[in-house]
Design a protein around this ligand. Sequence first.
Ligand SMILES: Cc1cc2nc3c(=O)[nH]c(=O)nc-3n(C[C@H](O)[C@H](O)[C@H](O)COP(=O)(O)OP(=O)(O)OC[C@H]3O[C@@H](n4cnc5c(N)ncnc54)[C@H](O)[C@@H]3O)c2cc1C
Length: 446
Amino acid sequence: MYDPLVHSSIEQGVSYPASYWSANTSLQSLGTSLQHDINTDVVVVGAGYTGLSCAYQLAAQFSREVTVIEANNTGWGCSGRNAGFVLRGTGRLGLSQLSKKFGLDTAKLFHQEYGAGIAQVHRMIAEGNIVCEPQPSGYLKVAHTAKLGRDLPVQAEYLQRNFSYPVQYVSADQLKRDYMQNTQAFGAIRFPDCFGVNPMALAQGYASLAKQSGVVAYTGTPVLQWRQQPKGFIEVQTPSATVRCKQLIFATNGYTPKNLFPQLNNACLPVLSSVIVTQPLNAEQLEVSGLNHTQLVMDTRALKYYYRKLPDNRLLFGGRSAVHGKDATKPIYPARLLNALKACFPMLESLRYDYHWSGWVAVSYDDLPRVCEAQPNVFYSAGYCGSGVSFSTLAGLRLAQLAMGHGLPALPLYQSSLRPFPLPGFRRIGQQAFYQWGRFKDHFLS
Ligand SMILES: Cc1cc2nc3c(=O)[nH]c(=O)nc-3n(C[C@H](O)[C@H](O)[C@H](O)COP(=O)(O)OP(=O)(O)OC[C@H]3O[C@@H](n4cnc5c(N)ncnc54)[C@H](O)[C@@H]3O)c2cc1C
């Protein structure tokens, strides 16, 4: 599998992974490969949520001539591979951590902005009449130990009091009665405004919106190099053609290859996240597991598991995967996920999985993404740390506003570029150490 820390350029024209989403979504081609030189106002590299949302806003709101260049196809990266959790947040810092780091007033602005992320997804779905199977809302953050379960009422009250966030504390008994018979769940906080979608259908819908607004897109076309020319334009090199533009926007996130933009690659740690989708649960399995609802679920482990029931009663269950791309398809990784699922739900012992796939999420050094102008007329948004469905959609709008010279909300997300990792060559060693520590913490310290 392509590995952004190993390969100097991204592979091109590769088919979608054999995921549940690509098997169950109508896939439209966004364009063809670029064969002739062109001039355009703005080049957006990458056709995931960030790139498509940005291109759409630039064309629809600001009447810019926009060209999207994608190495593979619409939603080929994380945007067509994720679990479809539309969450209120991004990065790895919760509101109390943001408040400790930046103060309560700034944390309130983050909360507002993250709410705008969810609203922006709703808006895009409505504007494009996107059929992406949005499920009734609700996200359960589940304590995986009794000790963590005892902290939940205080945490829920903190969010209600300081952020007027109408979250709900769900006791361990209530959780069993109303939501699930997970033997490793000791209560939850329920967030009312998050919901699940078919992520690939969402990406396809964003692509249609962009195209309808006049965006031109080329797929199967990797950007190999780019350089700023003295006369103020930027030259973007692809295998068969050169594109000249005034502004260049990188929406390549965890898939940014090593040599494309080293400043961006060195500021992200590409981490594999992996998902299995089981066979459909029958009526008895739904009954005994209690999983007869569409709430999104994630636990409090350092090495988190997340799951949801899909519209056809299959379970999607995800978590960490291999460290290196070359190991991503080893059977041990889906087997581990299935074992973890059955450890939570022993009554589903006979369940098998039908699909397994992985994708590269971009972890940033300080656990927060950035939307920025990295150098004059060169922009990027990246570093969502595996939580980017709603925020990347908003980030596309923020990128477009930034490129048009508009001011952005006064948030750390928009006031600096991503910090490079101190010893970028040792990122994978750090990741392995984190996994060891996480396993220890989850077993002995939580
Ligand atoms: C298994 C998994 C589960 C996840 N679940 C969730 C979830 O439930 N909720 C959530 O909020 N987030 C989730 N995420 C993260 C979320 O999917 C991402 O944050 C989001 O999709 C990022 O979108 P993007 O457009 O920035 O990047 P991507 O969708 O990754 O798109 C980047 C694109 O850039 C292209 N590209 C890269 N280099 C070049 C080049 N040189 N030339 C041309 N094109 C190039 C790639 O081909 C790719 O299509 C998950 C991720 C994974 C992998």
